[in-house]
Design a protein around this ligand. Structure first.
Ligand SMILES: Nc1ncnc2c1ncn2[C@@H]1O[C@H](COP(=O)(O)OP(=O)(O)O)[C@@H](O)[C@H]1O
Ligand SMILES: [Mg+2]
Length: 368
């Protein structure tokens, strides 16, 4: 249930905004957050801000989430400033503190609200349409990671523990098959077999990390294209949003999820599996953009696993959809019977497509 304008006006008064609120309206009521735009008059000029309600069911530690966001955005801004980069407040989100100096406001309903400077002259797209956009996406997330390599002040809060622990995800899947609480395993036999055959890949990255062969880095963890704001005139990626899941992770998780979400022309729950395919031109531009920005800090081992990461993360998400299907749809919201199984099939089809092209994909990366 979206917030009403009057309630937003009340909430807005808690933030350090020097102006008079004129109006407010919903921008995106997403699965996770509710985002509103508010227009203020400041000395005769109209200025916009973003007021956003955080989902407390997903983020159990809102203070940790906001602490991470303040550190990350502050550091990116400082670095860009030191490089004399123009357009600073369009290139890094600016968190507006509350009048008490806190990063968020908790209102009477126990809802958590935060406020950002509204970035003007940008747009987001739900899906990548052109290889040029794939290049921008790769570059933007690579640069985001690059800017955070030297974040001072210790480890970020791990706000969702084991987010990409593929081995644990696999164990949960096995448990769901054994329990078969909703008698659905029989309907998903080919998918279960598909997953069981690929158990070996689930340990590759987590084991390398625990053995210190791949470094822990700061990652975004939600590298969908609609989290990249592009300049409306030039199409250049300006600013990364949706920083709730920024936390310690593996650089490859971000790249892998980009491969999953941007290289197939289809949606996550496409029913016509013949359309689900890893398109090489998209991958090439994604990798080119990503390595142009991240190539300087990635280790040899990380670079060797670039193509593999696309397969791994797509498999992991497919596995999670399958686990949820078997457990009675408790985590992902479904809109039709069998929705999670459909989503699983789409992911697994994409895994197959990546498997067929993995050698060629990595060959391309090696030459960059
Ligand atoms: N500071 C901002 N300035 C302008 N638009 C923004 C800003 N923050 C978010 N948006 C827009 O709102 C959308 C949703 O915000 P986001 O933080 O990604 O929430 P969600 O979790 O719903 O995806 C973004 O895709 C972007 O288009
Ligand atoms: Mg988003």
């Amino acid at each position: 249930m979206p917030y009403l304008e009057n309630e937003l006006k009340t909430i807005s008064r808690h933030f350090q905004i020097y102006g008079e609120i004129l109006h407010a309206e919903p921008l995106k009521i997403g699965h996770i957050n509710e985002t509103y735009t508010a227009t203020y008059d400041q000395g005769g000029t109209r200025v916009r801000y973003i007021h956003q309600k955080l989902n407390r069911n997903v983020f159990k530690n809102p203070a940790g989430v906001m602490k991470n966001i303040v550190r990350v955005t502050g550091h990116i801004r400082k670095t860009l400033e030191s490089r004399n980069t123009p357009d600073l407040t369009r290139r890094a989100l600016v968190v507006i503190p509350t009048r008490d100096g806190a990063a968020y406001h908790e209102n009477g309903h126990k809802d958590i609200w935060r406020t950002f400077v509204y970035v003007e002259g940008v747009q987001t797209h739900e899906a990548v349409q052109t290889p040029a956009q794939a290049l921008q996406a790769g570059k933007a997330f690579g640069e985001f990671q690059n800017l955070l390599v030297d974040l001072p002040g210790g480890r970020l809060v791990e706000t969702i523990p084991d987010f990409h622990h593929t081995r644990k995800r696999f164990e949960n899947f096995q448990k769901a098959v054994q329990t078969d609480s909703h008698n659905r395993a029989a309907n998903a036999r080919p998918e279960i077999d598909f997953a069981l055959k690929r158990q070996a890949i689930t340990g590759v990255v987590v084991d390398a990390m625990s053995q210190g062969k791949i470094p822990e880095r700061i990652t975004h963890n939600d590298t969908k294209f609609n989290n990249v704001m592009l300049d409306v005139v030039t199409g250049e990626a300006m600013c990364i949003v949706d920083l709730d899941t920024v936390m310690p992770g593996c650089a490859l998780y971000d790249f892998g999820d980009m491969v999953r979400t941007t290289t197939s022309p289809t949606l996550e729950d496409e029913l016509d599996l013949s359309k689900v395919t890893m398109q090489m031109p998209m991958f090439k531009m994604l990798a080119k953009g990503y390595l142009a920005a991240a190539g300087s800090f990635l280790t040899k081992r990380e670079k060797e696993l670039i193509a593999f990461s696309g397969k791994l993360i797509t498999f992991e998400i497919g596995l999670r959809f399958l686990t949820d299907y078997l457990s009675g749809d408790v985590y992902f919201r479904t809109h039709r019977p069998g929705h999670n199984l459909d989503r699983c099939r789409t992911q697994f089809k994409l895994v197959e497509s990546i498997e067929k092209q993995e050698v060629a994909m990595q060959k391309f990366v090696d030459k960059l």
